[in-house]
Design a protein around this ligand. Structure first.
Ligand code: HEC
Ligand code: HEC
Length: 212
């Protein structure tokens, strides 16, 4: 209990010093987050600009919601998310919560530029609506109904495919996965594959982009 109160107090103090910085006109978070991303080794697996993972089955992180990112890193760090290749990352996590926040804030500033044509008459777009994925992830796949829900546009197809299968089977059950699990009972593996490929096709390779 004491530890809980102590960490609450520390969080508040950090919050206030953060506000003070912002008030003095000193840029918040951005550059530090980018530097931490490299210094803490995230770049080795998630790649330059968090957009070119070293393996296709690893996720892109660029543009992702801050809240979702923080929650997932915490869950991987604490062993609550253990599906897929999470174990690979867990062993390398040497960031404290404040550093996680700074990295997540920076990641959110990275752009996700959609290719609008991919929404017209494609099987993936049709499934995304008919299976009601849009109700939580947004019509454009990157405007989730809650900030703790993920953006999906541009994500690697191998990664998305595995995550959907794992949420369906319950292998991935951390965070708010249960909210999505029910929907997937009506989605076949073939449909999951089509959606995963479509999601990746929504964004051009952004390897040359830098933060906005
Ligand atoms: C050794 C490789 C490796 C390193 C280093 C690494 N990660 Fe990961 N990370 C992964 C893998 C693999 C996954 C996906 C796990 C899975 O298969 O479900 C992942 C998942 C994530 C996710 C969840 C993404 C999503 O869409 O749900 C976030 C956020 C993340 N990593 C952030 C970071 C940050 C920030 C760092 C640096 C502090 C970092 N990672 C370091 C390999 C790594
Ligand atoms: C009721 C809300 C809801 C619906 C409907 C829903 N999802 Fe999700 N989805 C979520 C949540 C919440 C998560 C993240 C779970 C967590 O907190 O770890 C998620 C995670 C995902 C992920 C993994 C993202 C990542 O970066 O790891 C993919 C891919 C995905 N959803 C695709 C879909 C598709 C495709 C559909 C339709 C077949 C769908 N979702 C329907 C809420 C929903």
């Amino acid at each position: 209990m004491n530890i809980f109160i102590l960490s609450l107090a520390i969080m508040l103090m950090i919050g206030f010093s953060d506000m003070a910085l912002a008030n003095n006109g000193i840029p918040k978070a951005g550059p530090d987050g980018a530097k931490l991303y490299v210094d803490k080794g995230c770049v080795a697996c998630h790649g330059e600009n968090a957009n070119i993972p070293s393996q296709p089955q690893y996720p892109k992180l660029a543009g992702q919601n801050k809240e979702y990112t923080i929650a997932q890193i915490d869950d991987i760090k604490n062993g609550l998310r253990t599906n897929g290749y999470s174990i690979v990352m867990r062993g390398t996590i040497i960031v404290d919560h404040r550093e996680i926040e700074l990295i997540a804030e920076w990641l959110e500033t990275l752009p996700i530029d959609l290719i609008e044509d991919e929404f017209k008459n494609t099987k993936g777009a049709e499934l995304f609506k008919s299976k009601s994925c849009n109700t939580c992830h947004g019509d454009d796949t990157k405007s989730p109904s809650l900030p703790i829900y993920p953006k999906l546009a541009g994500q690697d197809k191998d990664y998305s495919f595995t995550q959907m299968k794992d949420i369906k089977s319950g292998k991935r059950n951390n965070g708010n996965s249960a909210a999505m699990q029910g929907v997937l009972s009506d989605v076949t593996e073939q449909e999951i594959k089509i959606i995963a490929e479509w999601l990746e096709s929504l964004v051009e390779n952004k390897s040359n982009l830098s933060p906005e």
